[in-house]
Design a protein around this ligand. Sequence first.
Ligand SMILES: Cc1cc2nc3c(=O)[nH]c(=O)nc-3n(C[C@H](O)[C@H](O)[C@H](O)COP(=O)(O)OP(=O)(O)OC[C@H]3O[C@@H](n4cnc5c(N)ncnc54)[C@H](O)[C@@H]3O)c2cc1C
Length: 370
Amino acid sequence: MSPPTALVIGAGIAGLAAAAALTRAGWTVELVERAPEPRVAGAALSLWPNAMAGLRRLGAAARIEADAAPIVRMLLTTREGGALIDRAVADAYLPTRALLQAALRNMAGDLAVEWAREAVELVSAERGEIGFAGGKRRSADLVVVADGVRSAIGRAITGTEETYRGYSGVVALSDAMEGDIPAGLAAEYWGRHERFGVFDLGGGRRYWFHMRTARIGEPAPTLGEIAARTAGWPAPVRDAVAATPAERLIPWPIHARSAPKRLARGRVVCVGDAGHAMEPNLGQGACQAIEDAAALGAAAIQTDDPADVPALFEAMRLPRVRQVVARAGEGGYAVHGPVVVQAAMRAALRMMPGALKKRAAAGVQTMPDY
Ligand SMILES: Cc1cc2nc3c(=O)[nH]c(=O)nc-3n(C[C@H](O)[C@H](O)[C@H](O)COP(=O)(O)OP(=O)(O)OC[C@H]3O[C@@H](n4cnc5c(N)ncnc54)[C@H](O)[C@@H]3O)c2cc1C
């Protein structure tokens, strides 16, 4: 009997991870991507223990453990210095997006990506049939929709639509620098309506982001403007900005969706941002895409009938991603909500016992047992 077939749409983190999981499960996988050639969008990503557990399941953790900077401490503080969370972290890493994508591509063995192939239409969910730009159609035992937050097929299946979330930012990687950021520190500094994250990337470099409340379409601030806005902020913030060439800034307006109503229909499943694009407040978007892949791999080996996989996948993933999307959305109010809400959320965080904070983090950062 020939192995089941999968058509994966989109070669971002979600598509690469899903393709690797299904390949490991013995499926024949076609991976198509709209971009004409390989490219890396973005700077770096925090991978928390749930993502590392997922990568281990896929056989891809070793490269991250070897080449990415470990995150050993997480600090969340107001810009004036009142710590809201300060805790030790184990089994978390900060790969560049380029490293994570390379690790996932290698993990998929000699799996080829078909570039410049744009999916435009779900012809039939029941037959697993997709229409492509130029008029071609293809079908497979399973279609994995992994084409990101703007996915039209994802919109139709999940019953959700992406919207601008009222804040916008830039992400960047600094040059190597002297500075006093302790090794393995992932720090986020909160002002009113703006925040700055600075993470140790190893080799004296930093990954950083700056987010501020902004109207839709408002141009991203220049490096000079960010330097001026953060002039009175703690040294790690100022040092990271000073060590970054202006052309490294990547503007990133935040679009996300509400919690999905569905993740599957017929022979089609949605993974990654196509299924559950969330706000970046928990650093979980890519981590959840990796969990999706682990669950998909588990579903694929649980049944001999590929037609069962979508329902199995949805049952494993829907309650979990609904919860994480909701929590990621709530997190934004502590910086970008009305000032009274910001103050109340910060006071609540400050007063919350350490054990409760730890339990809340563990709830998000532990992969369910798929
Ligand atoms: C500022 C910021 C910081 C973040 N930090 C973190 C973090 O620290 N940790 C974390 O886990 N997550 C983080 N995230 C979230 C994370 O970046 C995303 O959740 C993740 O990259 C989504 O991956 P994806 O593969 O689903 O989508 P994408 O990366 O968008 O990939 C989709 C792919 O599909 C292709 N495509 C699109 N349309 C089509 C089509 N019609 N046909 C074929 N191909 C198509 C695209 O070209 C692309 O290659 C952050 C997000 C932001 C905005």
